[in-house]
Structures are given as C-alpha cells and as structure tokens.
Design a protein around this ligand. Structure first.
Ligand SMILES: NC(=O)c1ccc[n+]([C@@H]2O[C@H](COP(=O)([O-])OP(=O)(O)OC[C@H]3O[C@@H](n4cnc5c(N)ncnc54)[C@H](O)[C@@H]3O)[C@@H](O)[C@H]2O)c1
Length: 249
C-alpha cells in the first residue's frame, strides 16, 4: 500500500485530496497545526480501504517536518507522494502590509513547500515512481490587489516546481503543481465573511459561473500523482473555471 503525506490535510482542498486517496487505498498522513481539526478529519476518513493518520506539523518548522518524516519511515513501508497543500492568505494593501504578515505568507506558502520537499527527498527517492504535487493558485500567474505576499509566494511556487521537476526527474520523482481558482473552502469563506470578497462578484467573472468544489481540485492532484501522468513533470495545471482566460472587461 502506498503512503502520501498531505500538508494542510485537515481542511478544504487538503481534506478533499485525503478523502480521494483513502478511497483509492492509499495510506494518508494528514498534517497540520490544529490537533482538533486533524482528529476530526481522521475520524471522518474511516472509509477505507486506505488508512488515515494525523500528525502535528508546521511547514515553517524544519524540525517538526523532519520528525514527521522519521515517524512515517518507522510506521509505513515507504513514502510515495508529498502533497504540499498547506497555505495561508493575508489580505492587505501593499503600502501597509506589515513585514510580519509578508513573512508569514512567504514562509508558509513558498519556503514551507521547499522545506517539506527537501526533507522528504531521500524517502521519496527510495520509492518507485514518487511524486510531489504542490497546490499553487491562479495568484501565481495574475496580479491580485491586496495579496502581495500571496501572489509572490504562488508565483515563486511555480518556479520552484519547475526547478525541482528538473533536478529530480532523473531521481524518479516527478514534481508538478495545480493552480486552483476560487474554491469553496474556509480560505474563501473568510474573505466573504470579512467583506473583502463577494461571491456574486466572483461568480460573475468566472466563465463557468461558479466556484470550484474542493473535490474538483483533488481530482487533478490525483491525476498528477498517478501513472496516467507519467511523462509530466515541472508543470502547473490551472483549474479555475476559465477565470484566467477571460479577457472580457
Ligand atoms: N480556496 C481557494 O480558493 C484557493 C484557491 C487557490 C489556491 N488555494 C490553495 O489551496 C491550499 C489549501 O487551501 P484551502 O482553500 O483548502 O484553505 P484552508 O484554509 O481550508 O486550508 C489550509 C490548510 O493549511 C493549513 N496550514 C496553514 N498554515 C500552516 C502551517 N504553517 N503548517 C501547517 N499547516 C498549515 C491550515 O491549518 C489548513 O488546514 C492553499 O495552499 C491555498 O493557497 C486555495
């Protein structure tokens, strides 16, 4: 049975990915910072045939990442896939965005992905046909006002995906990313709640006229983990209902 480590796996897109994996018979190690959320996610994943376990891990903290990788080495036969899904967004105009908020977003959404990938490398290399899938964002390829840290981190993530894909192609590790558009999770719900986002205004700009469901992002992550994508590496696949191809004003 194969094993995947899903960062930020207790909620939203990470939880949807974990569900798909358990149903397909993968062992899934759900990681995050919130023990209550992890416990509740693991309890909801007793749907087999795969097994879900939860572990506390902060993607900004290399020692906590190393501990979890070591535990996976002891508890499972292999580590076959790393899904870098943990992320935060902080919405503020650039002229007032604090250095602390900038650092939080870059440390989580960009440096966290590098740290987890580097920490998992040796174990992934021992697996046959290992994969890393990074969860980026359309913010990696367009500007979004009030999201300086987030757009910079997600654009950086696409560059990191290309370089890790290049460096590790001959080590039998494929590295790809998905770039979701607006997806129905707590991250977007938070923006709607604090009045910075309007679902009606968002929907009006999306050619498919609706937000994505987390499962629609998860399906593409699973494709990038599977042998069906065996000749794809270093790529970012946009899953956004057409918003980034919409040139209409
Ligand atoms: N929802 C969207 O519209 C959308 C669009 C594009 C990209 N994304 C990306 O999808 C990913 C998942 O977001 P989501 O929408 O499911 O939001 P979410 O808030 O539901 O999930 C984010 C998860 O990351 C975890 N996390 C945050 N900081 C962490 C840290 N330092 N260490 C470990 N875990 C941490 C959170 O606890 C949470 O479980 C993020 O990378 C986000 O940028 C989301």
């Amino acid at each position: 049975m194969k094993t995947a480590l899903v960062t930020g796996g207790a909620k939203g897109i990470g939880l949807a990915i974990s569900k798909e994996l358990v149903v397909l018979g993968w062992n899934v190690v759900i990681t995050g910072r919130d023990a209550t959320a992890i416990d509740s996610a693991v309890a909801g994943l007793s749907i087999g045939p795969g097994k879900a376990v939860g572990k506390i891990m902060d993607v900004r903290d290399r020692s906590s990442i190393d501990s979890v990788i070591a535990e996976i080495r002891n508890e499972f036969t292999s580590l076959d896939s790393l899904i870098n899904c943990a992320g935060v967004i902080i919405r503020d105009e650039s002229e007032v965005l604090s250095e602390a908020d900038w650092n939080t977003v870059i440390d989580t959404d960009l440096s966290g992905v590098f740290k987890c990938s580097q920490a998992a490398f040796a174990d992934l290399e021992r697996s046959k046909g290992a994969t890393i899938v990074n969860v980026g964002s359309i913010a990696g390829s367009v500007g979004i006002a009030g999201r300086a840290g987030y757009t910079a981190a997600k654009a950086g993530l696409e560059g990191l995906t290309r370089t890790l894909g290049l460096e590790w192609a001959n080590r039998d590790i494929r590295v790809n990313a998905v770039a979701p558009g607006w997806t129905r999770t707590e991250m977007v719900a938070g923006g709607i709640k604090d009045g910075r986002l309007s679902e009606a205004a968002l929907t009006a700009r999306i050619p498919q006229q609706r937000l994505a469901e987390p499962s629609e992002i998860a399906k593409v992550v699973l494709f990038l983990m599977s042998a069906d994508s065996s000749y794809i590496t270093g790529q970012t696949i946009t899953v956004d209902g057409g918003i980034t191809i919409n040139g209409n004003t």
